[in-house]
Design a protein around this ligand. Sequence first.
Ligand SMILES: [Zn+2]
Length: 221
Amino acid sequence: MKNKQVQAKEKIELNYDMVYSLADLLPGESVDYDLIYAAVEQILQAIGEDPSRSGVKDTPDRVARMYAELMVGYRQDPIEILNGAVFDEDYDEMVVVRDIEFYSLCEHHLLPFLGRAHVAYLPKGKVLGLSKIPRVVDMFARRLQVQERMTRQIAEFIQGVLDPMGVAVVIEGLHLCATMRGVKKHDARMTTSAMLGAFRSHAPTRQEFLDNISRGSPPIL
Ligand SMILES: [Zn+2]
């Protein structure tokens, strides 16, 4: 991960309503364990498996607990993620955090898509602690997603929280629903981007970001 150092100054008060609305959370404390448990048992039966066979008898439990973990982004408190890490700062150079690993589940097939996110913004008086950007990516990745929406949600979240000159997000994802199902392989990799503010209106700014993220990244898989 390559990025520019930002010296923290003064903590900023957040607009809680706006932050929650941008986080687009779901109600409830967690996923419904019992419902997932029963559904997985039914899937096993539907396949023709014997749910009491030793290899799969604990599978409904494992899957139900796994979903609680994979879907945690629906219920993460964005204030807790951000709090104490949004600062007043007159730094106005581009901040880039690249090669953020993410794992998500495609909402069409419930299969993983994974890859890397690259995030940049141009501060306008406020900066976000660098370790928080991967956490924001994670909050949106650990849900059922489509890559296009996830890209836009990350960009709009940072735009809303920091009100910078602009935000850029590029995501490279490998979609197992395409690779596993024997669709043409080149359909399996997808790059999406969201360019806001200066990254949209000012070509050299956009280019600086794109040049930065194209340098020396290893393949996703
Ligand atoms: Zn899919």
